[in-house]
Design a protein around this ligand. Structure first.
Ligand SMILES: NC(=O)c1ccc[n+]([C@@H]2O[C@H](COP(=O)([O-])OP(=O)(O)OC[C@H]3O[C@@H](n4cnc5c(N)ncnc54)[C@H](O)[C@@H]3O)[C@@H](O)[C@H]2O)c1
Length: 379
C-alpha cells in the first residue's frame, strides 16, 4: 500500500483554507497540524478543519510530519522553507518560492544534502484545460510554435484588498505576484527561456486604498514597477511577448495566444485549472475545443454560481510526494520554479538596465499529466 505522508501547514492566512479543504482529495496526504506566528490564526484554521494548532517552532519539530507547506508571505518564503529543510522535512511553498537565484540555489543545495524535496506552486498548469493545451501543442497539429503573447493586466489590487501595501513593494508587483502562473505555464507549454528583454514603468508613485477596511483612504508608496512589457526568447526558438500591469483599466488581449506554423491556440487563464481553449487552423478558421475528460478539469467549486470552477490546488504537493516513490521529477519541482523566478527577476533587471539578458538557469519541461496520471493522484 502507498505511504501516507504527514503534512503540516505553516501560515494560516487566506490561502490556507484552500489547501486544508482540497488536500483530503488526494492520496497519500494527511494534514495533521497548522501553525502561524499569530496563534489565533492557527487556532481558527485548526478548529475549522479538525487539525492541531501549533507554534511554528513546534511544527518544525513535529515528528508526525514528513512535509511542511509554506503558506507564509513571499518575503519569508525562503527563510521558512530553509527552516523546514533544516528540520529534515520536505518543503512545498506558495509562489514565488524565493525572490532571488541566490536564495533558490542555497535551498537547492540544502535540500540535496539531506535528500529532501522542495516544490512550489503554481500547480494550476496541471489543470485539465492546460494539460489539454499541452496535448494539442505536442500533437503537432499547430506545427511548430514560433511566437505568442501573454497578458496579465488589471487596474491593481488596492480597490479590493483591505491591506494592499505588500503588492506594491519589491518582491511583488504584477510580475512576481501573478507572473508565476503565466511564466510557469509558458515553461510547461514551450520549455525553458534562453534570453529576454523588457521595459518597465509605474503609472503612479502612490496609490490610494479604496477597498473597505482600516486602511481605506490611506496611500501606499509604490516601490516596484507596476507595468512590465518584455520579450521572451525560448530555447525552442519561440518568441513570446509578456505584458504584466496593474495600471490598465481595460484591455482586449487574450491570456495566452500561441502561434504555430500550422495554426494558433488561445489558452485560458493559467490562474485557474479549467477554462475554454480555442484553436485556429492555418486558414484562420477558429473552433472551440471540446474539453477532454481530465479529472483536474471537472468543476468542484462555486457549483451554485454562473461560472463553476475546477480547483485542485494541492495537486502539485500530491505529485511531489508521489514522485518520491515514483522515482520521477516532481512536476512542480524546484528547478522549474527556480527557472521561473530567474525569468521574472530578470525581466525586472532588464527593465532597469535596458539590456538583453541571457538566463543562467534552465530546466526540463515538467512532464505532462495525463488524465490517468491525474486520476492516480486522487483518492
Ligand atoms: N490569497 C490567495 O488567494 C492566494 C492565492 C494563490 C497564492 N497565494 C499565495 O499564498 C501566500 C500566502 O497568501 P495569503 O493570501 O494566504 O496571505 P495571508 O497574509 O492571508 O497569510 C499569510 C499568513 O502567514 C503568516 N506568517 C507570516 N510569516 C510567518 C512566519 N515566518 N511563520 C509562520 N507564519 C507566518 C501570517 O501571520 C499570515 O497569517 C502568498 O505567497 C500568496 O502569493 C495566495
Amino acid at each position: 500500500m502507498a505511504k501516507t505522508y504527514g503534512v503540516g501547514i505553516m501560515g494560516a492566512g487566506n490561502i490556507s483554507a484552500a489547501y486544508l479543504r482540497l488536500a483530503p482529495l488526494f492520496k497519500g496526504l494527511e494534514v495533521r497540524a497548522v501553525a502561524d506566528i499569530i496563534p489565533a490564526a492557527a487556532q481558527k484554521r485548526a478548529e475549522e478543519f479538525g487539525v492541531v494548532a501549533q507554534t511554528p517552532d513546534a511544527l518544525l519539530k513535529n515528528s508526525e510530519l514528513d512535509v511542511i507547506v509554506n503558506l507564509t508571505i513571499p518575503s519569508t518564503h525562503y527563510s521558512v522553507s530553509m527552516d523546514i529543510v533544516s528540520a529534515g522535512k520536505h518543503a512545498y511553498s506558495e509562489k514565488p518560492f524565493v525572490l532571488s537565484l541566490e536564495e533558490g540555489t542555497a535551498l537547492k543545495k540544502a535540500a540535496a544534502e539531506r535528500n529532501l524535496k522542495v516544490g512550489s506552486a503554481p500547480d494550476t498548469f496541471l489543470g485539465g484545460a492546460h494539460q489539454q493545451a499541452r496535448q494539442i501543442i505536442d500533437s503537432g497539429q499547430l506545427g511548430k510554435i514560433m511566437s505568442g503573447t501573454t497578458h496579465v493586466m488589471s487596474r491593481g489590487m488596492e480597490h479590493w484588498h483591505p491591506n494592499p501595501d505588500f503588492f506594491f513593494q519589491v518582491g511583488a508587483g504584477p510580475i512576481l505576484d501573478l507572473g508565476p502562473y503565466y511564466v510557469t505555464e509558458l515553461i510547461h507549454l514551450l520549455g525553458p527561456v534562453r534570453r529576454l528583454s523588457a521595459f518597465t514603468n509605474m503609472a503612479r508613485t502612490e496609490r490610494e486604498v479604496t477597498a473597505e477596511g482600516p486602511y481605506k483612504g490611506s496611500f501606499v508608496k509604490v516601490g516596484t514597477p507596476t507595468t512590465i512589457h518584455g520579450v521572451l526568447e525560448f530555447v525552442s526558438g519561440a518568441i513570446v511577448t509578456i505584458g504584466a500591469s496593474w495600471d490598465v483599466a481595460a484591455h482586449g488581449h487574450h491570456n495566452i495566444e500561441l502561434y504555430g506554423t500550422d495554426g494558433s491556440i488561445f489558452v485560458p487563464d493559467p490562474n485557474f485549472f479549467g477554462g475554454e481553449i480555442t484553436t485556429a487552423d492555418i486558414a484562420g478558421e477558429r473552433s472551440t475545443v471540446t474539453p477532454w475528460d481530465h479529472p483536474f478539469g471537472v468543476a468542484n467549486q462555486d457549483l451554485d454560481k454562473p461560472t463553476p470552477r475546477a480547483n485542485y490546488r494541492t495537486a502539485g504537493l500530491a505529485d511531489m510526494m508521489a514522485s518520491i516513490d515514483g522515482g520521477y521529477a516532481a512536476r512542480c519541482g524546484l528547478d522549474v520554479a527556480l527557472h521561473a523566478v530567474d525569468v521574472m527577476t530578470s525581466l525586472l533587471k532588464a527593465g532597469e538596465s535596458g539590456q538583453v539578458l541571457t538566463l543562467s538557469t534552465t530546466c526540463e519541461r515538467p512532464m505532462a499529466l495525463s488524465p490517468a496520471d491525474a486520476q492516480a493522484l486522487l483518492k
